[in-house]
Design a protein around this ligand. Structure first.
Ligand SMILES: Nc1ncnc2c1ncn2[C@@H]1O[C@H](COP(=O)(O)OP(=O)(O)O)[C@@H](O)[C@H]1O
Ligand SMILES: [Mg+2]
Length: 401
């Protein structure tokens, strides 16, 4: 799949191969072997299996553009499997001794694509290729540990990307948030960390260590310094205990807080910075216009005007706009969406609605489009809904101070 409007945007929407053998059910196409595997898992109370295959089917639906079907199935999969629980079965995930909360959870393969710039996309494809051919690489003596570190500001798609890598490799996706492993009880934290490193290897899974910098927070006064060292060592031992074929993905918003020895354990590193203009264009096109290329010009204007926003910001504004068009029978104007982008950039999110702009809004939007959107005066007049003379006047007031 893919619609690329800028150059060098990578769109990974790890496709599941579901078109091998085909049966038609309720107008959708599913691989017969998936149905067989699903029933087998269900009857043997293999909770993880049911979730995984259910996830594959949801992904298949999404790829056949049955988004509602995919969402419905996914929300079903998020439930904790009542029939299996009733049968006395519960997956034995490692748990924190004090809180009894699971230390790790199985994440779902994502159904929305991730947009990356060319450089990050290249590293990721290489990582996936290496992981797929790890046996050959090991045989030739050139394999390396399959550790990938994703770092960059929040909301840039690290978690989403990790899920895509698991999906591309068709492996279960286990998420451990390091901050939730930190226990107030002395010694428990190290035990929790050991628990996850012992749990994953037998499962041919992708282990995702989210919020890796959480360990550094142990450097506060509630914890003794020795504990921080012990915990870092436990993580290092855990990483070293994994064989080369185990895929480990770490994520952090604060790479500088990460212990250098941990940093070195991840041979592949990708800096997921804020999206560039091309990536922002792909994000707007996907989240707001659902790939409708006839909206290319609006997409490009939005991309120019939304510098500094991350993928999650774009998604939030786009979904708010689409909600208003569903419930309000009228699509919010491009002007409203641009104002929301401007507010988000400035750190004061603005309620998105389909009301008329007042004079203050018109002025603010004119100046914003002129300064940040690189728009010509005629274009500004059209978007803001004022005359060109008015645009001229608004801009002159600014330059006059
Ligand atoms: N590069 C991107 N491509 C597509 N969607 C994105 C991207 N970045 C963020 N998003 C959207 O924002 C949501 C939150 O991103 P997330 O993966 O949780 O970011 P992070 O883990 O870096 O904080 C994602 O689920 C996705 O919908
Ligand atoms: Mg995340």
């Amino acid at each position: 799949m893919g619609y690329i409007i800028g150059k060098s945007v990578y769109i990974i929407s790890s496709s599941v191969d579901i078109f091998g053998c085909i049966c038609h059910t309720f107008g959708m196409i599913i691989d017969k072997s998936l149905v067989v595997a699903l029933i087998e898992s269900a009857l043997s109370a293999d909770y993880t299996g049911v979730r995984r295959i259910g996830g594959q089917i949801a992904k298949g639906l999404a790829e056949q553009n049955d988004i509602d079907g995919a969402k419905a199935l996914q929300s079903l999969l998020r439930k904790r499997g009542v029939p299996l629980q009733a049968s006395g079965y519960a997956e034995s995930l490692p748990r924190d001794a004090a809180s009894r909360l699971p230390l790790i959870e199985e994440g779902q393969w994502p159904t929305t694509p991730v947009m990356l710039n060319g450089e990050s996309g290249g590293t990721i494809s290489q990582f996936i290729e290496d992981a797929e051919h790890i046996e050959l690489l090991a045989e030739k003596g050139v394999s390396s540990r399959l550790g990938l570190l994703l770092y960059g500001p929040p909301g840039t798609g690290k978690t989403l990307l990790a899920g895509h890598i698991a999906a591309s490799l068709k492996r279960p996706f286990y998420i451990a948030r390091l901050d939730s492993l930190i226990s107030s009880r002395l010694g428990e934290t190290a035990k929790n960390i050991r628990g996850i490193f012992e749990f994953v290897p037998a499962r041919n899974a992708v282990l995702f260590l989210d919020e890796m910098d959480a360990i550094a927070k142990l450097r506060d006064d509630r914890h003794e310094l020795g504990e921080l060292k012990r915990v870092v060592n436990t993580v290092l031992q855990g990483l070293d205990s994994l064989t080369d074929d185990v895929v480990t993905i770490g994520a952090t918003n604060h790479p500088h807080l990460l212990d250098p020895a941990i940093w070195r354990r991840f041979p592949y590193k990708v800096n997921l910075g804020l999206p560039d203009e091309n990536v922002r264009a792909s994000l707007w096109l996907h989240f707001l216009f659902q790939g409708d290329m006839s909206r290319k010009e609006d997409t490009q204007l939005l991309a120019r005007a939304s510098e500094g926003l991350n993928g999650a910001d774009v998604e939030n504004i786009a979904l708010a706009a689409r909600r208003r068009s569903v419930l309000g029978n009228q699509e919010p104007s491009l002007a409203q969406i641009l104002l929301a982008a401007q507010g988000s950039r400035a750190g004061n999110p603005r309620l998105l609605d389909n009301r008329e702009l007042d004079t203050a809004d018109k002025k603010a939007l004119t100046i914003f489009l002129h300064e940040k959107g690189g728009a010509r005066q005629a274009e500004i007049a059209r978007i803001v809904g004022v005359s060109r003379q008015m645009v001229h006047r608004y801009l002159r007031k600014v330059s006059d101070g």
